[in-house]
Design a protein around this ligand. Structure first.
Ligand code: NAD
Length: 512
């Protein structure tokens, strides 16, 4: 089927039915949902009111008072079942991600696989919420550190990972003893509704096998920024995990801090890679192509800046330009296409604006034009753009959420390292090199200032296990792996006196 004749309405109804979502939930609502693949309106879903939102948060807080008492390994059992349900629904949910966001099939499926992986991680974690025992100076005393559930976890997510980001947060929050309240992107409510239905299936099985769980353990708020703001300001939500643009974080961060709440901010990136003189150029070409063009440049970790050593510039860059010219762009559901659409017209316009600014700053633009505009006039497909820039100025400093790769020639490693770090964002970074000094320096104290720094792989993507997040205007939050779980819990230091005297610390005397 061509883009012009493609229609999704019937498929959406049957996909949603496979998750247990009634057709009625897709019709008559105030929020129109469109597929970026062909611009078709595929559903009109209901939005929650501000009053209902406040009530839902209060109800989630009540759920917290019970859920925190369920032993963590039992909470882990619910997440184990969620992982099973996600495995069973992987193909359908992956397809829905592709239709709602425009990801190619393997990336839609990959997003669901990431949800499954975090469930596996969280199940193991549910038996490893370890504290410490600490040496004390007082005789017959014991000092220890314990971790307790924190309270309702508010999750705000972006359109480009519409469901994985929920799972990164929810799987950890729930094993840590916290109910979740989720405000997904207003551009991707269908995948959120499907995910909530999959969660309900897991919950039903958990309760049927004797598991204890309160009502309102997982709440979904479909709505816009105003609904997100209620979550952000609510005193019964001690933790807000917000993923999206730096502009959003600039508002959300101070509002949460003003009420002494905690936040995990996962914001924009402006990720770079350095290609050293010794780099394996075949590997580099593939690494750069996927990181810069994959997901149509709509990943927070997308490669946006490339610093190429002058000795390999004339070999690598023409090969890259050729790859940019020949990459397959089109319906992401069709095998063979590697680049799908941009999310909407706004994204396409911002891409063109950045390219114009790059031209004005002396950049030489290859690609970047609209394709398939005639076949699908309400969809926005763009040829990825490679821009040779004389220096790091103008739009190179900003994150434009589209497939634009700025390429800059360098002569000295320290100069390239300084350029890597000389932007406001600090999410992900890479170096392609076979020089061990360069590689080690890049990941050293004086190296990349990003939350993620890779060697001989691109900066794009993440794997469950490592902590994910970045520095500076990326927000400083860490999610998913390593000890990210600690952000979802309350740390307590306990000193227990099992003797019959009362020695005071630091030798203080207070005899009455
Ligand atoms: P966005 O900032 O427009 O929206 C993100 C979410 O925030 C949406 O749910 C939106 O409704 C909500 N929101 C916006 N303003 C708010 C406010 N004042 N209060 C409460 N909620 C508010 O982002 P987007 O266009 O959906 O996503 C793209 C951006 O997200 C890019 O900048 C990308 O780099 C970033 N992103 C970051 C990560 C990461 O882990 N660092 C991951 C994915 C996306």
């Amino acid at each position: 089927m061509t883009l012009a004749t493609l229609t999704f309405s019937a498929e959406i109804t049957s996909l949603m039915a496979s998750f247990g979502v009634d057709e009625k939930a897709l019709k008559g609502g105030t929020l129109a949902v469109r597929s970026p693949i062909n611009g078709e309106t595929i559903a009109n879903v209901a939005e929650i009111s501000t009053d209902e939102t406040r009530k839902a948060i209060d109800a989630a807080h009540k759920a917290f008072l019970e859920w925190r008492l369920v032993p963590a390994p039992q909470r882990g059992e619910l997440i184990r079942l969620l992982g099973e349900e996600l495995r069973a629904a992987k193909i359908e949910l992956g397809r829905l991600v592709s239709i709602e966001v425009g990801k190619i099939t393997s990336e839609g499926l990959g997003e669901v696989q990431e949800m499954i992986d975090i469930c596996d991680f969280a199940v193991g974690l549910s038996r490893q919420l370890y504290g410490l025992t600490i040496a004390t100076e007082r005789a017959e005393h014991r000092m220890m550190e314990t971790w307790h559930p924190l309270g309702v976890t508010g999750i705000i997510s972006a359109f480009n990972f519409p469901v994985a980001v929920w799972s990164w947060n929810a799987a950890l929050a729930l094993v840590c003893g916290n109910p979740t309240v989720w405000k997904p992107s207003e551009k991707t409510p269908l995948t959120a509704i499907a995910t909530q239905a999959i969660f309900e299936k897991a919950l039903k099985r958990y309760i049927a096998q004797g598991g204890k769980a309160p009502a309102n353990l997982s709440t979904l708020l479909i709505g816009g920024r105003d609904i997100g703001e209620i979550l952000v300001d609510h005193p019964k939500v001690p933790l807000i995990s917000a993923t999206g643009s730096t502009a959003m974080g600039r508002t959300v961060g101070p509002r949460v801090a003003a009420r002494f709440g905690r936040s995990i901010l996962e914001l924009g990136g402006n990720n770079a890679a350095i290609v050293g003189p010794s780099a394996d150029l075949d590997l580099t070409l593939r690494g750069v192509a996927f990181a810069a063009m994959g997901t149509a440049g709509q990943r927070c970790t997308t490669l946006r800046r490339l610093f190429v050593h002058e000795s390999v510039y004339d070999t690598l860059v023409p090969r890259l330009i050729k790859a940019y010219g020949s990459v397959t762009i089109g319906n992401p559901l069709e095998a063979g296409n590697l680049i799908g659409p941009l999310i909407d017209k706004g994204a396409f316009d911002r891409m063109q604006h950045a390219l114009d600014a790059a031209r004005s700053a002396g950049g030489k633009v290859h690609g970047g034009d609209r394709v398939h505009g005639e076949a699908a006039s309400s969809a926005y497909y763009a040829r990825p753009a490679l821009v040779e820039m004389p220096e790091q100025v103008g739009p190179v400093i900003d994150e434009t959420f589209a497939p634009i790769l700025y390429v800059i020639k360098y002569s000295d490693f320290d100069q390239a390292l300084a350029l890597n770090n000389d932007v406001p964002q600090g999410l992900s970074s890479s170096i392609f090199t076979n020089d061990i000094r360069e590689a080690e320096a890049f990941v050293s104290d004086r190296g990349s200032d990003c939350g993620i720094a890779n060697v001989n792989i691109g900066p794009s993507g993440a794997e469950i296990g490592g902590a994910f997040g970045g520095e500076k205007e990326t927000g400083g939050g860490r999610e998913s792996g390593s000890d990210a779980w600690k952000a979802y819990m309350r740390r307590q230091t306990n000193t227990v006196n099992y003797g019959r005297t009362l020695p005071l610390a630091q030798g203080v005397k207070f005899d009455i």
